[in-house]
Design a binder for this molecule. Structure first.
Ligand SMILES: Nc1ncnc2c1ncn2[C@@H]1O[C@H](COP(=O)(O)OP(=O)(O)O)[C@@H](O)[C@H]1O
Ligand SMILES: [Mg+2]
Length: 354
């Protein structure tokens, strides 16, 4: 009998996670300060924030490892405090609390965990082999995990956490400290996991990671959700796109600058490249025009003025720009506003990735 199949994709309103006013304090520190989340089932949901923002504390409460000091949280409709057992049957957590044993091999670890969760011996070996192959660890299957690289270690952590295909998987900074190639491998795994119907709550400090993987993103800073939405909504809420123009002739740039300033009603930046200009355009500005419409009007004005344009592009702002606009600081780890890698799990991660 499976207790989880009926749940898959079936929280109230199709939600895997719903929190209201979730709070966790450590002494005077409100680590999580009234967080509201609504995570649609069957998707990757990104919780994006700098070090110390409250990501891990939020995940721990949702995974029933920490008791909230205020507010409510439900996982597939189950209260994380009153129905903690039901929640535990549906979730799996990886990243910073991996249960793999350093002294065992890859195969031994997965077989042991599979046996512990009720797989008969043959099925346990089959599942272990399947996962090791899928995660590119086939060659390392009979090596002790302590000899794995940081990227391999992260992959076996995730493999261990999906042995039983959880309904909800928490991935707490799964790629922190990994090299780009290993990050890409983890990203592929996350995509595969969600394609099988598991909901993934992914925390990250990396804007591009949220951008790559998540359907919706909550931006969290100092224990509070400061923005939430799809990537497009988040970018649009910052209210700008960027128009990039390259001219045929550098001596037309001054005139092009004047034309664009009037057409877009925006400050025009001159790029180091003598034929290039950049302008920020409003999204849904007061005149009701979207960025694309404003941009095409600007192009027409340039043509009318006899200015030859070689290249023209309209881009959305990056998530970096979104974060900067929302918080007044960048999300770079170790930025002046960051708290630095000081939490125990961050240290643990740093060790793993070495
Ligand atoms: N067990 C704890 N005891 C005291 N303070 C903690 C504990 N865990 C986290 N904190 C503090 O709570 C805040 C949020 O931490 P955390 O949730 O780990 O952030 P993140 O995972 O986003 O880096 C930080 O200020 C951190 O120092
Ligand atoms: Mg953390």
């Amino acid at each position: 009998m499976s207790s989880k199949q009926p749940h898959r994709g079936q929280g109230p309103g199709g939600l895997a996670i719903e929190t209201a006013g979730l709070v966790k304090t450590f002494g005077e520190n409100r680590a999580v300060d009234g967080v509201d989340l609504a995570v649609p089932a069957g998707t990757v949901y990104g919780v994006l924030g700098p070090n110390g923002a409250g990501k891990t504390t939020t995940v721990k409460m949702l995974a029933t490892l920490l008791r909230p000091d205020g507010g409510e949280a439900h996982v597939f409709g189950h209260d994380v405090v009153r129905e903690a057992d039901a929640v535990r049957r549906l979730v799996s957590l990886t990243g910073q609390y991996a249960s793999v044993d350093e002294d065992l091999t890859g195969t031994e670890n997965l077989v042991l965990l599979a046996r512990l969760t009720g797989h008969p011996k043959k099925a346990a070996y089959a599942r272990a082999e399947q996962l090791l192959d899928a995660f590119g660890l086939g060659d390392a299957a009979s090596r002790q995990v302590k000899h794995y690289s940081g990227g391999m270690r992260r992959r076996i952590d995730i493999a261990a956490s999906i042995l039983n295909t959880p309904d909800l998987l928490f991935l707490d900074e799964p790629t922190t400290g990994l090299d780009p190639r290993s990050r890409n491998q983890v990203w592929d795994i996350v995509r595969a996991v969600v394609a099988h119907g598991t909901t993934v709550l992914l925390t990250t400090q990396y804007l591009d990671e949220a951008d790559q993987l998540a359907a919706r993103i909550a931006v969290i800073d100092k224990g509070k959700v400061i923005a939430e939405g799809t990537k497009g909504e988040l970018k649009a809420s910052v209210g700008a796109g960027s128009v990039h123009v390259r001219l045929r002739h550098a001596d037309q740039r001054a005139e092009a600058q004047d034309v664009l300033r009037l057409a877009l009603d925006a400050a025009i930046q001159l790029e180091p490249d003598p034929v290039a200009l950049t302008a920020r355009v409003g999204e849904g500005s007061s005149n009701g025009r979207g960025a694309a419409e404003q941009a095409s009007r600007a192009l027409a004005e340039l043509a009318r003025a006899g200015i030859t344009v070689d290249n023209f592009s309209l881009g959305q702002p990056s998530l970096d720009e979104v974060f900067l606009a929302l918080t007044g600081h960048t999300s770079e780890p170790g930025s002046p506003d960051g708290t630095g890698p000081d939490t125990p799990q961050d240290l643990k991660e740093a060790e793993v990735s070495r």
